[in-house]
Design a protein around this ligand. Structure first.
Ligand code: FES
Length: 84
């Protein structure tokens, strides 16, 4: 994802009912909320009047993207290929 697109997504409201931005969601994911339910408990996304009908698909997509990038970082940092 380009830097410009990341900046735009950080300020874009993902959960409109609760006014939660993409940046807030990404921060919560990085801090360990790795499922929709964990995010719901941590930052109350999906608890608005639409009961996550509008935001859940977008949040699931953000979760998937962030998990893939965390996996990539873990594989790069993993000492499994390091010589002992
Ligand atoms: S948009 Fe998230 S609960 Fe309605």
């Amino acid at each position: 994802m380009s830097t410009q697109k990341q900046v735009i997504n950080n300020f874009k409201k993902v959960c409109i009912c609760r006014s939660v931005t993409g940046g807030t969601i990404m921060k919560a994911i990085r801090e360990g909320s790795l499922s929709f339910e964990a995010l719901r408990r941590a930052i109350r996304v999906g608890t608005g009047t639409c009961k996550a009908k509008r935001c859940r698909p977008k949040i699931e997509e953000l979760l998937q993207t962030q998990k893939e990038s965390l996996d990539t970082v873990d594989k790069k940092a993993s000492p499994s290929k390091a010589k002992v």
